[in-house]
Ligand binder design. Sequence first.
Ligand SMILES: NC(=O)c1ccc(N[C@@H]2CC[C@@H](O)C2)nc1
Length: 253
Amino acid sequence: MRFDAITLFPEIFAGITGHGVTSRALSQGLWSFHAWNPRDYTQDVHRTVDDRPYGGGPGMVMMAAPLEAAVRDVQADRERLGQPRGQVVLLSPTGRRFDQSAAAQWIAGPGKILVCGRYEGVDQRFVDRCVDEEWSLGDFVLSGGELAALPMMDACVRLLPGVLNDDQSALQDSFHVNLDGLLDSPHYTRPEIYDGEAVPEALLSGHHARIARWRRDQSLRLTLARRPELIEQARRDGRLDKADEKLLLGLQG
Ligand SMILES: NC(=O)c1ccc(N[C@@H]2CC[C@@H](O)C2)nc1
């Protein structure tokens, strides 16, 4: 999977290219990353990438020309390497909401070209001419598209075969956040007694079926309390078994 980022601050991407499982996966060739700075595609001595908004208003807007020139260079680079084109994505609060199923869809494709805006936004003519999709991390405003692109890239890379091996954090079900779309159960590690607080006895039993049942019950309780709609979704998808339904019946009364 190849990710390209059009960004004024390539160093931000060190957050995933330089640390942790995503960094190791990069060095193993499980994915690739290239940053392209619009400032490198300016013609003037001041390397201008932004200007004041027509119609007035606060702040600055990113100009179309440097952004388009960068996107065209990415596409030419992919073509030169015989790689598929890849969709141009603008990170924006007005975009479609990213989630785990979006990550699963993204990794099925050739890899996105992520346009990371700064200031108040980007010239609409660039959007009309070059952008295929707009995606949002959530209903909030960030200082730059990079801060939405990073988590999306991380969620995708973790799903690639070979990135998370079996004994790392629980294998991700490709459709939902944690094991089959329920919220994760609580985690504990040494010491067994922490400031007088013990680890739940089930987890010390060494009885795998009992441990799995305890974790499942914890997930169901937490999901019912915080995200009941995920219970409904699991029920519709037929992912709740009889023991699950029995527990839920007891909780919901
Ligand atoms: N919720 C999000 O995913 C999101 C994405 C981008 C963003 N800010 C950038 C800065 C200027 C404009 O290009 C958009 N804020 C929020």
